[in-house]
Design a protein around this ligand. Sequence first.
Ligand code: 7PM
Length: 267
Amino acid sequence: MAIKFQNPMIMGVLNITPDSFSDGGKYVSIDDAIISAQRMIDEGADIIDIGGESTRPGAKAVSALDEINRVIPVIEALNHSTDTPISIDTSKPEVMELAVKAGASMINDVCALSADGALETAAMLNVDVCLMHMQGSPRTMQKNPIYHDVIDDIKSFFSERIQACIDAGITKEKIILDPGFGFGKTLDHNLEILKRFDEFKSFGLPLLAGLSRKSMIGALLNDRNVDGRVVGSVAGAIIATQNGANIVRVHDVLETKDALTILGGVS
Ligand code: 7PM
């Protein structure tokens, strides 16, 4: 199903990793993941973003087989139980392919289709793709990120990746752009991106903002832990929306939906 962009859409985050759905820290519960997704849909999520690989700074790499075993049963179940579009959060072509065959209609790739074969696979699958900017790799990105101008540098990256997509046969109307809050950025870089978010509108493509529960929110709140970042995250989603975001990627769907409804009342 093609995804339309008019009012900001809420993308609910569903991480299927042993960290988030644990059974003694080793196994993932597919049933818990499905219940979680269904709840986000009931709360107003427009897209469910399903990922089986942690992109946390310093996180261990996950094999394609592990990722597939985590995400595919959940995508299949949701594809049968709901019409809500499903996004697959992966950088691996083999996961993209099986996920789309199981019912996903969007690829969310924090590596912007840079893995071997990813551009070709995404072109063949003919689904929407979100190209996220990251400086460095998840293992090293927060070490010492440096930019000439963070907005200009990200825009150059977008130009290069959009062209790579077009060269691979992915049409422009399939592309969504995301500056990647927290992926190789200091607090000041993240705040600059949020403040100047509308500058990415120059590509004429939909924009996605993901700042939910991230360390930039915690840092502004005197190093608040993850559990205490809901209100700050909602405020961030509202600012991003006012500055041109078309999709907000969030963990707290109900709270974000309420805030966006109020914003909609005065827009
Ligand atoms: C630990 C740290 C775990 C950070 C998970 C994360 C984005 C994304 C992620 C984003 C797009 C999270 C991140 N963030 N995909 N995947 N944009 N498109 O907070 O900002 O979920 S992972």
